[in-house]
Design a protein around this ligand. Structure first.
Ligand SMILES: NC(=O)c1ccc[n+]([C@@H]2O[C@H](COP(=O)([O-])OP(=O)(O)OC[C@H]3O[C@@H](n4cnc5c(N)ncnc54)[C@H](OP(=O)(O)O)[C@@H]3O)[C@@H](O)[C@H]2O)c1
Length: 311
């Protein structure tokens, strides 16, 4: 048996409760991971409230995981019991990372960066793979590109700032002034406070915009791009009008959904090992404090990620 965070109905953080359930067993190509830490992402709260990709409850939230391999299923050669691993298994299907154990396809995991704690490693996969798939795979950022990162203090944003810098870009970020010193330390070249400045009016000639805002901001973000630039939108499929408006100016615009990505995870591990990317953990909570953790994450106003520890 194991402890997990379950929910039987949609709603606010109080629908989450601790329960005991059967420990899963790894099937062909799968690994059983003893979870040491699992991070909280906005999709967790959206799923808790609306079902999102998972539909109707019951389900167990959580995708980001860092932990220790407990057992391997038939055919797994990548890992052995005792290996420290991290990843974002199965997204957008149910992974159930808010639990003592998860089962994951072996290739949805990678060795945990040696220099990171489990809490730090759990903060990385979903947010950092999103940043990497947006900036490297979708936008193909090159040295010298002007990259505008909205929500630069957020889970995705603070990692996107570092990744864009590592790719040689000139990085412009939007964040509250209180976060500017820390974001400069992470590599941001220019910062705009979105509570004080009309950021879409203030930036021109960006090569790439990472849109963490969506809605009407996706449209307005086109004003900040140079002709031929790239807009990658994360929150939701873009308004139908964005793509044709962008296309008329040669701008490549589109929604991107992050996917499990062992190549990306290995690249992130290299960047962490090289000191070019490090996750910032805004706060840690124990698994039994999950409702508090969701409230903290949804309140915002901090830099970095919220992480659950599992003892
Ligand atoms: N499509 C995908 O695959 C994918 C993957 C990951 C995330 N996402 C989505 O991308 C969004 C960001 O994710 P996240 O993990 O980075 O969320 P997060 O950690 O909650 O960060 C969001 C950040 O945006 C800031 N912000 C709020 N209003 C803003 C504005 N008007 N202009 C600029 N920044 C603003 C927030 O600042 P304050 O907290 O100070 O208000 C916060 O720092 C979420 O909607 C998430 O669901 C999509």
């Amino acid at each position: 048996m194991m402890t997990a965070v379950a929910q039987d109905r949609l709603g606010g953080p109080d629908v989450l409760y601790l329960t005991r359930r059967e420990r899963p067993a790894p099937g062909f190509g799968e690994v059983l991971v003893r979870v040491r830490a699992a991070s909280v992402n906005p999709i967790d709260a959206k799923t808790r409230e609306s079902g999102a990709f998972l539909g109707d409850p019951p389900f167990v939230l959580g995708w980001d995981v860092s932990g220790v391999v407990e057992a391997t299923g038939p055919g797994v050669r990548l890992f052995r019991p005792g290996d420290e691993v991290y990843g974002m298994p199965l997204f957008p299907d149910e992974a159930g990372a808010y639990a003592e154990y998860v089962v994951a396809p072996a290739r949805h995991l990678a060795p945990k960066p040696a220099g990171l704690t489990h809490v730090e490693a759990a903060a990385l996969p979903l947010a950092a793979l999103t940043a990497r798939q947006a900036l490297v795979d979708a936008a193909r950022v090159r040295p010298g590109d002007r990259v505008l990162v909205h929500g630069a203090a957020g889970g995705v944003g603070h990692l996107a700032v570092q990744l864009a810098k590592a790719l040689g870009a000139h990085v412009i970020g939007t964040a509250r002034s209180a976060q500017h010193p820390a974001l400069r330390d992470l590599g941001a070249d220019e910062l705009l406070d979105f509570t004080e400045v009309d950021v879409h009016g203030a930036v021109r000639d960006a090569d790439v915009v990472l849109d963490t805002l969506g809605g009407p901001d996706a449209f307005r973000a086109l004003d900040t791009l140079k002709d031929g630039g790239t807009l990658v939108s994360l929150p939701s499929p873009e308004d139908d009008g964005v793509i044709p408006t962008a296309a008329a100016r040669g701008i490549r615009a589109g929604f991107m959904l992050v996917q499990p990505d062992p190549v990306g995870l290995h690249h992130l591990t290299e960047l962490v090992d090289a000191g070019e990317v490090r996750p910032v953990v805004a706060a840690g909570f124990r698994l039994e404090e999950v409702a508090l953790a969701h409230r903290f994450a949804e309140a915002g106003g901090v830099l970095g990620k919220t992480v659950l520890t599992v003892d």
